[in-house]
Design a protein around this ligand. Structure first.
Ligand SMILES: [Zn+2]
Length: 408
């Protein structure tokens, strides 16, 4: 029910369980006392949560360890491969399918390219075939996560606007996937999925209140996580930073607005600039936007003036996006990810300078801005993180006993 504002006891149990799992993911082995200290929950609460997770098989005991307080106690670790997850990334001109465990370890993944004007049903059939093949090969898969470009209308199961691929907005992803695999499928907007990947698998060991994942790829968007929960809005399309107008007199965007941020710093915008100003830098006649970005960054690192100018302009616009994220959501960390973030150290000092100049000092000093260093594509990882998050929130739904209960 979307209108509920109170928190049920079961919501709190889920949030506490998610906090426990996050600590186990980051530290591999630790004691109940360590978890109690780090979560601020009572020993009794931790004992109860751990007992239910051991019953589900999500957590196991691993003998005696010496905790951070020098006391000897029983070690716990996630029984990670007991629950495997399939992550699927759907993007412009490519999709990827991967198998993960709930600690974020990747077992295998494939990438398939397709032309922009390919019929959607052909792409979907190829995607489903690959998922079936992985399900046949990995028998512990309990759930499937799919990440799609936004703005994604989660109740309707449709993407409202897919720039450059308008025919896709008629596809209902929920209808396409709900009966196909006999496994629960969870669909998430790509930037939200990336935010979950950073939250669960990003190795951020310091306590975080509000995490902003700033996706700068073929499109531009953001995912915001506050205390472990995604900020969604009523239709699930919140944080569409890419369609915030930064020039009200700018060119018309496919979303209907004018001068959207996405038109100035996305990988597609960069490709357009390379075509106009530095065509010798194009990796091929009809390159993928992400490949064009890589060759631009290489030229900039080699000292090419025009390449350096395009990089500077792009970084400034990413900086304006960060200023908006800080003013709108007051995060303690912004992580910039996807294709354009591969510019890394070329971009970051300029982004930070723009933010320093334009954000109220009291806010500026509290926010860290980083480039994502996830080793796996953040959107594919995020697709897996989306399903993992659901499994961790409600493990009973995915255990053998829980499934039987639901069937009866
Ligand atoms: Zn727009």
């Amino acid at each position: 029910m979307t209108g509920a504002i109170g928190k049920n006891n079961s919501d709190l149990i889920e949030m506490n369980r998610s906090a426990v799992v996050k600590i186990l993911q980051q530290q591999e082995v630790c004691s109940r006392a360590d978890i109690a200290r780090q979560t601020g929950l009572s020993q009794a609460a931790i004992t109860k949560i751990v007992a239910s997770m051991m019953e589900m098989g999500t957590v196991v005991e691993v003998g005696i360890i010496t905790g951070s307080d020098n006391r000897r106690s029983i070690g716990l670790r996630l029984n990670a491969d007991k629950h495997q997850i399939i992550g699927v990334k759907f993007a412009r001109q490519m999709f990827a399918v991967g198998v993960f465990d709930i600690s974020g370890k990747i077992y295998t993944h494939t990438e398939t390219k397709y032309p922009l004007d390919e019929e959607p049903q052909k792409v979907l059939s190829a995607m489903k075939k690959q998922i079936h093949e992985m399900l046949n090969k990995y028998e512990n898969v309990v759930s499937i996560g799919l990440a799609v470009p936004g703005p994604y209308l989660r109740e309707e199961g449709r993407i409202a606007v897919v720039t450059q691929m308008s025919v896709w907005h008629t596809i209902n992803f929920i209808e396409e996937f709900k009966e196909e695999f006999h496994k629960p499928v969870f669909i998430e907007h790509d930037a939200n999925a990336g935010a979950l990947a950073e939250w669960l698998f990003g190795g951020h060991t310091q306590p975080l209140h509000t995490l902003a994942y700033f996706l700068v790829g073929d499109g531009v968007g953001a995912g915001i996580i506050e205390r472990g929960r995604l900020f969604l809005g009523v239709q699930g399309t919140a944080c569409e930073t890419g369609h915030i107008s930064i020039d009200v007199h700018g060119p018309r965007c496919e979303c209907g607005n004018y001068g959207c941020l996405e038109m100035y710093c996305s990988a597609s915008a960069i490709l357009k600039k390379i075509r106009e100003r530095l065509p010798e830098c194009l990796p091929s006649d009809n390159p993928k936007c992400s490949d064009a970005c890589l060759s631009l960054f290489e030229a900039a690192r080699g000292g090419n003036r025009i390449a350096l100018d395009i990089v500077r302009e792009t970084a400034e616009y990413i900086g304006y996006g960060c200023v908006t994220l800080i003013n709108a959501y007051n995060p303690d960390i912004i992580i910039i990810g996807d294709a354009v973030s591969k510019g890394g150290d070329l971009l970051l000092p300029i982004v930070q300078e723009v933010v320093r100049q334009r954000v109220i000092p009291e806010l500026h000093t509290k926010v860290r801005i980083q480039i994502s260093d996830l080793k796996v594509d953040p959107t594919l990882y995020g697709a897996a993180a989306t399903a993992t998050d659901k499994v961790l929130q409600l493990p009973s739904r995915f255990s053998e006993a829980g499934r039987k209960e639901q069937e009866n």
